[in-house]
Design a protein around this ligand. Sequence first.
Ligand code: ZN
Length: 409
Amino acid sequence: MASYFKPPDLKLFNTMSMQKEPFNTIVPGKVTMFVCGPTVQSYLHVGHARTYNFYDIVARYLSHLGYEVNFLMNVTDIDDKITQTAREEGTEPMRLAERYTKAFLEDMESLKIYTVTKYERVSNYVQETISEVASLIRSGHAYVVDGMVYFDTSKFPDFGKLSHQTPSQLSLVPLELSLKKKHLLDFAVWRSVELVQGRWDSPWGRGSPGWHIQDTAVTMTNFGAQYDIHGGAYDLIYPHHEAEIAQVESLTGVKPSVKYWVHTSLVNTTGSKMSKSAGNALTLREVLKEYGPDTLRLYLLSYHYRQDMEFEEKGLKQMHGVYTRMKADANTIEERRATKARRRDSGKVLAPFYACLNDDFDTPGAIAFIRKLLEDGATEKDQNQVELYYEALRITSNILGVNIFGRFR
Ligand SMILES: [Zn+2]
């Protein structure tokens, strides 16, 4: 069946080429997508919500187009920040990580993100990480110094290709300062630091896997040498994603390891403390409690994913008003449906909606289209036309994961 799959007219901006590229997967009809998940040492903030909500839309839309979507997300439960917070709170790092992993999964549920096929805790991949590090040492891509193992960036001439920087430009970013490294840009793939005391033995002594290679272990184990989409926030491009490329492509020799590098822009919350939580950064839980998932999703999607976003309570309130009107119109349309009206093919009506999403996920355009559809539909008298609007709205609101009818999630 897959070999007859006709790729859609979708174009996706690839950070690697800095261009919108036609979307074509490695295996026709199937998509493999990996997105960097959270470091579980605190509750999610709205920046996380924006990123995960966007890839949820990508997964929903690709499924709608007929793809079988394999959406993998890691959970970083080994990290200095976790150890640090655990120490401050007088608890064990793994216990703290477990608590926030649970909170993270609850928040994804509250956000109505059901598209993730598999969440993988990186602590379950330490053995895979160790074999990858050993393999990098054998092939001369990594070296050992006093229980630390560093990736030798001089052995990977492509280093910097994702961030479009030369090694001397990258050197301006201070990174893992150490006198033991051979080159300024080298990064640790194994650290002598015991992030969870005594837990991991390796051929280089007790220690912990470096951050970047934890994700490489997860992707290579699940997807192999090559997969379709790698997502994450823009600030992960360097050093994190650059390092992932260096590791995978050195281990496998297959290039490119990822077909589409897709990055979401950042959310600025500086001026947007919620009125009730004086002084605290905006947690996702507060926002969800106050406004619910639909308003939040609409608000996040009202910015194109590559556009930086100023997150303001004013904007949320405004969007809540918009959402209330959308539901009222949807309700009117639902009430006007005749029980005997024929189901109509909404394909033609939906063309502008598809055109928006096909153009590198123009979600602001898609929302504007749905609002127009609702306004027009709510004043329509012809039964067959009402049915057409209803059908079109059911499809579009499902793709954006926004509940306007009450019955649909
Ligand atoms: Zn990552």
